[in-house]
Design a protein around this ligand. Structure first.
Ligand code: PMP
Length: 419
């Protein structure tokens, strides 16, 4: 048994030997993206046979035809409580929330937002706050649109609000902030009520400031505790800031990741702005898919019951990551990892300067990880210390092997740095 003191820095020779053994296994494993596994997708295979002969919505709408820009009401009713948006202010749309986030920001670029004076393309600078570590695809949307990104540290309760409040009040170029408020990607952080309240009420210099509230993991619990967060839209509305909130979500990790339904919610004024612009882009969303989802899930309780089945598949994978990282890396200075109670990711923090080397070693040994830096804007983690692990897709045995492999690489990277 090694004492924690002995573990403070891994032994270089032992780490090298372990790494050579790892390479000899000739593994080919992938812990990169937060995709549901085939076993999870199978939970929704009944969708492929729905709607069962019926194509009319509850109000008689023929879902096969054009129209119905806001999406089917019976599906919006099922998701309104989870997304904390009144049904009348919620849109059900295409299959991905990322496209809704992208398109909403494109609309803001090209048409003044409620509360704004001009289109964002006519601004000298448009800046978004990005709590880090965060979700790489949010950052890619900003890069694509020329939106400057300024990082804000994450705490265990959400973004550091001292920093956020100070920045948004002093600079009118700051037009938004990205937030994944529940089981955040990649830290698993659940925003505290206090953080949500401060986001809803804080003064901002920009009249068209927006919170991109990406509630992608609202029902994706890994334990029996169904964490709740404060209602941002309600709090903002109460404070006279209803227009600052854009809510997003989807069934990508509830039903079928490539054939689900995405949602957008906002104030009435924002909604009118959004629907008017979206009407130029499409005559209406895929309402047959909405109907099929409404039939399959049935009710909010139907969603809860379905998510419990996902949890049965996912929880053992996250438990394996936790167990193996504890066995392999406990007590090593500068190494820590998150123990998420929901969502799709574990964040592994290693000593500064080690993350890219770890990812490169893992790749050489056949374990593909999300590139180091992906959790930060422009792919640059200034400390080179954050590694995102995504254990959902591989089968359990592969998750175990890959995690042990990652731990071996962390130890070698640290031992080498100290040598
Ligand atoms: N937001 C977050 C925080 C995510 O982690 C993901 C998927 N990894 C998405 C959005 C993408 O969602 P969708 O499939 O609805 O586009």
């Amino acid at each position: 048994m090694t004492s924690p003191a002995d573990l403070a820095r891994p032994d270089l020779d032992a780490a090298r030997t372990a790494y050579e053994q790892l390479k000899d296994l000739g593994m080919k494993l992938d812990l990169t993206r937060g995709k549901p596994s085939a076993q999870q997708l199978d939970l929704a295979s009944e969708l492929l046979t729905l709607p069962a002969g019926e194509y009319r919505a509850a109000d008689g709408t023929d879902t096969r035809n054009y129209g119905g820009l806001q999406g089917l009401k019976e599906l919006r009713e099922i998701f309104a409580p989870f997304l904390q948006v009144p049904v009348e202010q919620l849109v059900a749309f295409g299959n991905g929330s990322l496209e809704l986030m992208h398109d909403t920001l494109v609309h803001a670029m090209l048409s003044p937002l409620p509360g704004g004076e001009r289109r964002w393309v006519d601004e000298e600078r448009v800046v978004f706050l990005c709590p880090v570590p965060g979700y790489d695809r949010h950052f890619s949307v900003c890069e694509r649109l020329g939106i400057e990104m300024v990082t804000v540290p994450m705490t265990d309760d959400g973004p550091d609000m001292e920093v956020v409040e100070q920045l948004v009040v002093s600079d009118p170029a700051i037009k938004g902030i990205w937030c994944v408020p529940k089981y955040s990607n990649p830290t698993g952080v659940v925003y505290s009520d206090e953080v949500v309240r401060r986001l809803a009420t804080m003064p901002t210099a920009a009249g068209d400031f927006r919170i991109m509230w990406d509630n992608a993991y609202t029902v994706h619990h890994l334990t029996e505790t169904e964490h709740e967060i404060a209602d941002l839209l309600a709090l903002a509305t109460e404070a006279g800031n209803a227009d600052r909130v854009f809510v997003f979500g989807s069934t990508s990790k509830i039903t079928l990741a490539g054939a689900g339904v995405a949602f957008f919610g906002a104030s009435q004024r924002n909604l009118e702005w959004w629907l008017a612009l979206t009407a130029k882009r499409t005559i209406g969303p895929d309402k047959v898919n909405h109907l099929r989802h409404a039939e399959f899930l049935g009710s909010p309780d139907g969603v809860r019951a379905h998510m419990a089945k996902h949890r049965e598949i996912l929880a053992p994978k996250f438990a394996a990551v936790e167990r193996i990282l504890s066995e392999e890396l406990s007590g090593i200075e500068g190494v820590s990892w998150t123990r998420p109670e929901g969502g799709y990711f574990v964040t592994l923090t290693v000593p500064p300067g080690i993350a890219s080397a770890t990812v490169a070693l893992a790749k050489e040994a056949g374990v593909v990880l999300t590139p180091a830096g992906a959790t930060h804007p422009y792919g640059r983690d200034p400390d080179d210390a954050v590694i995102r692990l995504a254990p959902s897709f591989p089968v359990l045995d592969e998750v175990e092997k890959a995690t042990r492999g990652v731990a071996t690489c962390v130890k070698l990277a640290i031992a080498r740095q100290g040598a």
